[in-house]
Design a binder for this molecule. Structure first.
Ligand SMILES: NC(=O)c1ccc[n+]([C@@H]2O[C@H](COP(=O)([O-])OP(=O)(O)OC[C@H]3O[C@@H](n4cnc5c(N)ncnc54)[C@H](O)[C@@H]3O)[C@@H](O)[C@H]2O)c1
Length: 376
C-alpha cells in the first residue's frame, strides 16, 4: 500500500518533493501546506491534492497522513525546519527533512532525540550521494577494492568570477555562515558516506575582495581540513560563485585508498577508477606518471535526478520497516554534518584551531549486529 504523504513548504524544493511523491508508486501525495495561501493552492491544483495553510490543521484534519516532507527554508536556508519537523513527529508522522537538518545544532540534537523517542523515521534529503557514480564507488569499497583511506578531496561550488558577482539579496543569504550551513551539509555527507566519522576539523573561511567591497556578510570561501576516525585525512573546499570551475566541474570527489583510487565528476556524471588490477595496459601502466583511468559515464547531467533517487530510498526504508538505525541518510547522519559545520565555525572563530566535533548519539538496537560499511 502506498504511503500517504504530505509536503510542508511549497517553494521550489517543496514542489520537487511533491513531484517525486506524485511519480513514485510507493507514495500517494494527499496534501500540501504553505503559510503562503497562493503557493499552497497552486500546488494542490497542480498535484490534485488538498491544500492547507497551517501544518497542525492539516495533521488534525487528515490523520491518515503517514509521511511529511519538511521543505521550508528561513534564514540561512534551514532555520525553519525544526518546528514543522517536531510538529509532524508529535502527530506520529515519519519525517523527511530538507538539509541542513536545522540551522542550530542544539535544535538538531533535540529533533533527532525526539524522533528516536517517538520511534519514528527521521530522514534528511542528503541527496548528493544517491547517484549512479556514488553507488558504484560504494560497491567497490564494500568489495574490498579500494582499501584503507589515504586521503579524500571534495571540491564543490558555483561558477562565477569577480565580474559576474552579484550580492544575493534575500536576508537568508546575508549571514556569515549561510553558505557553510546551507550548502556544506552536502559535501560533509558525501565525505562521511565514503570515509566514516570525522574526529577533528580545522577551518579557514574567507571571502574575496569583491564581496568585502560590497559589504557582503557571507563567508563564501570554505577551506576545511578533516581527520577521520579511521585515520585517513580529507579536504573540503567550497566557494559560492567566486571562481570558475576547474578540473572536475562543479562537484568532484577524489578518494585515494591503499589499493585503488576513484573520482566522481560533476556529482551525477562520471566515475573514474585508477586500479592497478584493472588498468587498461594499452592506455598506460603503473610505471607511467599518469595512467589513464577507466571511466564510466552515466548519461545523466541533471543534478535534479538525485531527488527522486533519494526520496525513493526513504519511501523504501519506511515501507520495508527497516530498523531505524539502518535507514539511509538518517536524521543522525544529518546531525553529523551539522556537528561538523559547527566545529568548522568554532575553528574559524578561533583562528583555525583544531576542533573535535561533538559525539553523535549512539546507534540504537544491538550495535554489535551492525556491519560497518567502511570496515574493509
Ligand atoms: N537537497 C537539495 O539539493 C536542496 C537544494 C536547494 C535547497 N534545498 C533546501 O530546501 C529548502 C527549501 O528551499 P526553497 O528554495 O524551496 O525555499 P523557499 O523559500 O523557496 O520555499 C520555502 C517555502 O516554505 C514556506 N514556509 C516557511 N515556513 C513554513 C511553515 N511553518 N509552514 C508552511 N510553510 C512554510 C514558505 O512560505 C515558502 O513558500 C531549504 O531548506 C534549502 O536549504 C535543498
Amino acid at each position: 500500500m502506498a504511503l500517504k504523504c504530505a509536503v510542508v513548504g511549497m517553494g521550489g524544493i517543496g514542489n520537487t518533493h511533491a513531484r517525486c511523491y506524485k511519480n513514485n508508486p510507493l507514495a500517494e501525495l494527499v496534501a500540501v501546506c504553505d503559510v503562503d495561501k497562493a503557493k499552497a493552492d497552486k500546488a494542490a491544483e497542480d498535484y490534485g491534492c488538498r491544500a492547507f495553510y497551517d501544518e497542525e490543521e492539516m495533521l488534525k484534519q487528515m490523520p491518515e497522513i503517514e509521511v511529511v516532507s519538511v521543505t521550508t527554508s528561513g534564514y540561512e536556508n534551514g532555520s525553519m525546519h525544526f518546528e514543522p519537523s517536531m510538529i509532524a513527529l508529535s502527530y506520529g508522522k515519519h519525517v523527511l527533512v530538507e538539509k541542513p537538518i536545522c540551522a542550530d545544532v542544539r535544535d538538531a540534537r533535540e529533533l533527532v532525540a525526539y524522533a528516536d523517542k517517538q520511534k519514528l523515521y527521521l530522514g534528511c534529503d542528503l541527496n548528493h550521494y544517491f547517484t549512479g557514480p556514488a553507488a558504484d564507488a560504494k560497491q567497490r569499497q564494500l568489495d574490498g577494492k579500494v582499501g584503507e583511506l589515504i586521503y579524500c578531496i571534495h571540491k564543490v561550488g558555483f561558477n562565477g568570477t569577480q565580474d559576474s558577482y552579484k550580492k544575493m539579496m534575500p536576508q537568508q543569504w546575508q549571514m556569515p555562515y549561510s553558505h557553510l550551513k546551507a550548502f556544506c551539509a552536502h559535501p560533509f555527507s558525501v565525505m562521511r558516506y565514503f570515509c566514516g566519522d570525522i574526529v577533528a576539523i580545522q577551518a579557514f573561511l574567507d571571502k574575496p575582495g569583491v564581496r568585502k567591497t560590497a559589504e557582503d556578510a557571507m563567508l563564501s570561501i570554505n577551506s576545511i581540513h578533516c581527520k577521520f576516525a579511521n585515520g585517513g585525512v580529507g579536504y573540503l573546499i567550497s566557494q559560492r560563485g567566486d571562481a570558475m570551475f576547474g578540473y572536475g566541474g562543479w562537484w568532484s570527489y577524489e578518494h585515494c585508498g591503499a589499493k585503488s583510487t576513484f573520482a566522481i565528476e560533476n556529482c551525477v556524471e562520471k566515475l573514474h577508477v585508477w586500479d592497478p588490477k584493472e588498468l587498461d595496459p594499452t592506455r598506460g601502466t603503473m610505471n607511467q606518471a599518469t595512467p589513464a583511468p577507466i571511466t564510466t559515464e552515466y548519461g545523466v547531467s541533471d543534478f535534479g535526478a538525485t531527488f527522486p533517487n533519494r526520496i525513493n530510498a526513504f519511501l523504501e526504508d519506511v515501507t520495508n520497516k527497516v530498523p531505524r538505525e539502518y535507514i539511509r541518510a538518517s536524521g543522525r547522519d544529518a546531525l553529523a554534518t551539522l556537528e561538523y559545520t559547527f566545529a568548522a565555525i568554532k575553528s574559524y572563530e578561533n583562528g583555525g584551531a583544531l576542533v573535535v566535533p561533538e559525539m553523535l548519539p549512539p546507534l540504537h538496537g544491538d550495535v554489535s549486529r551492525i556491519k560497518t560499511p567502511w570496515a574493509w
